[in-house]
Every structure is written in C-alpha cells, then in structure tokens.
Design a binder for this molecule. Structure first.
Ligand code: SF4
Ligand code: SF4
Length: 120
C-alpha cells in the first residue's frame, strides 16, 4: 500500500515563514496567475505575500486543516514560486533545511528517506 504523501499530514512550511513573491507572478500567463487576490497582501512596492504569512505567527490563508495532522492547500494550482520551489526533505534524494526547520517549529521529526518508502 503506498505511503501517504508526508506533506499532506504536515503543512509546517505554510505556517512558519513569510511567503513572498514578485507581484508579476499573479499576472495572466505567469506561474501563479489566478491566485485569488484576497489570499495575498502587499508586502512592499514590488512584492506580495500570501496573506497571513507576514505575521509574528505565520499561517497562510490558503492552508486548511491542522498542521502536523491533515492539511490542504486551497490554492495549490496557483501557489506562488516559493511554494513550488520548496522541496520536502528527501523527496528527491536531497536534504531540505527549510523543510526541517519548519517541521521543527511544530515538533515534527525531520523527514528521512524512509518517510518516502512506497510513495515514489
Ligand atoms: S499557498 Fe499553499 S503551499 Fe503556499 S504557503 Fe499557502 S498553503 Fe502553503
Ligand atoms: S515542511 Fe516539508 S514536509 Fe512539511 S509540508 Fe513543507 S515541504 Fe512538506
């Protein structure tokens, strides 16, 4: 039986860091085109942030569920570049300090290759 994708029972990186990106990512034809404006907030003259991540206790407005239990990104198809670029540790055979750091915030163990057994 395949192992469930570890990110679906995590979501820590969606509730640990500011998720900032250039405003042009939401323009038609760009990678995050169609990202609902209400899920973003202006960070500065050139950048947007996912709403809720530019906060003392970050929590992306697109994240549903409970971190460390069961989560869903409600904007998955339109998620911005930082979300697309952040690799889960060992998913593709490489470490990911960002993933490890985010999980540590929630007391979750760093992923190992064993967490992906049966999923790939
Ligand atoms: S847009 Fe989705 S993947 Fe990106 S931080 Fe928010 S919930 Fe996480
Ligand atoms: S912290 Fe790592 S395991 Fe958790 S959702 Fe983000 S990439 Fe996936």
């Amino acid at each position: 039986m395949p192992t469930a994708h570890p990110c679906l029972s995590c979501g820590a990186c969606c509730a640990a860091f500011v998720v900032a990106f250039h405003w042009s990512e939401t323009e038609p034809g760009a990678g995050s085109a169609g990202l609902p404006a209400e899920l973003t907030e202006r960070l500065d003259a050139h950048r947007l942030a996912m709403r809720g991540t530019w906060a003392k206790r970050p929590h992306c407005a697109a994240l549903r569920g409970e971190v460390g239990v069961e989560v869903e990104c409600t904007a998955y198809a339109q998620r911005p570049s930082p979300c697309r670029e952040l690799q889960a540790a060992w998913q593709h055979g490489e470490p990911s300090p960002q993933c490890d750091r985010a999980r540590a915030v929630y007391g979750l163990h760093p992923l190992t290759e064993k967490d992906w057994n049966g999923d790939l």
